[in-house]
Design a protein around this ligand. Structure first.
Ligand code: ADP
Length: 290
């Protein structure tokens, strides 16, 4: 019907350009340009319409707008807190040593949160531009995992969680971007530690499956409800905002993981049971180093 209206207006002698939203037979955005064709005497004898399917383009635009809105929202909270804290310090809290010390500590925390958010945003945007410049090299997955465990054992200790390597194949190598893959593993292990419980475990498992290198991070943590599983890789998606904020989460960690795995032509999936734990599985194709 909308298309008819546009063409009709053109047949009345007016050039028309419009974007139409269709719901049926599927959701589409069409850009329509309709122009009258006139005879030598200037009478409209027909119309010519060009219809362009701009569905993908407008989806991308919407995604970009959502992303900007999300980033602004995420930045607003720490900035508002920083302002409130500095206002209170100026309005007298500075005189009270105990409150001043607490406010300063909170200021530091908010600043750390802001810089983590900026770091993650930069990492995402670098990944998006990275398509052609992966620094590929051959290395042992076991070594990657050991490096990660060494770095994360302090964090694990802080959360009362034990961290280890299980079933780790000695000789399983991949050709991949070592530093990116390490970032992905670090993010998975960070989550497995943070969304755990005191006395819990985190294991990194490395094995081969039908010529594919498999790297798993298994935890005995709080779990993720089934209906939320497909969403955890979305940017800024957090199940428990309060807990994620408390532990310094930005909601970007898993989208960074997925991006890195995608760039390597691999897959990442998650299985989870509430109150029992979650397992994230990364599968990487085993390319020859030559
Ligand atoms: P965040 O910075 O909040 O950790 P992520 O993108 O890394 O962001 O993770 C998104 C959300 O998925 C987290 O906020 C958390 O709710 C959930 N999540 C991720 N990993 C785990 C896990 N191992 N166990 C339970 N929940 C998890």
């Amino acid at each position: 019907r909308e298309l008819d209206v546009v063409v009709e207006r053109a047949s009345e002698g007016e050039g028309v350009e419009e974007e139409l939203e269709l719901l049926y037979p599927r959701r589409m955005t069409l850009r329509v340009k309709a122009n009258p064709v006139r005879s030598a005497e200037g009478k409209v004898v027909s119309t010519v319409s060009v219809i362009e399917d701009v569905t993908d383009l407008s989806r991308l635009n919407r995604m970009r707008q959502d992303f900007v809105a999300n980033v602004s929202h995420e930045l607003r909270t720490p900035v508002a807190t920083i302002r409130a804290l500095t206002d209170s310090l100026r309005d007298g809290a500075l005189e009270d040593r105990e409150r001043a010390a607490r406010f300063l500590r909170d200021l530091g925390q908010e600043a750390t949160r802001l810089s983590q958010l900026i770091e993650d945003l930069l990492a995402l945007s670098r990944l998006e531009a990275k398509e052609t410049s992966l620094q590929l090299e051959e290395f042992l997955l076991r070594e990657l995992a050991q490096g990660c465990i060494e770095d994360k054992c302090k964090l694990a200790e802080k959360f009362g969680v034990s961290l280890g390597l299980r079933e780790a194949r000695e000789d399983l190598s991949v050709v991949a971007d070592r530093s990116l893959l390490r970032t992905a593993l670090d993010n998975l292990v960070d989550n497995a530690i943070k969304y755990n419980r005191p006395g819990g475990r985190v294991d990194i498992i490395i094995r081969e499956e039908n010529g594919t290198a498999v790297m798993q991070v298994e935890d005995t943590g709080i779990g993720i409800p089934g209906e939320e599983l497909p969403r955890v890789f979305e940017r800024f998606y957090r199940l428990d905002k309060a807990r994620s904020r408390e532990t310094g989460g930005t909601g970007l960690g898993l989208s960074i993981v997925r991006h890195i795995v995608d760039l390597h032509g691999g897959t990442v999936e998650v299985k989870s049971r509430m109150s029992e734990g979650s397992t994230f599985t990364v599968r990487l194709p085993r390319r020859d180093s030559g």
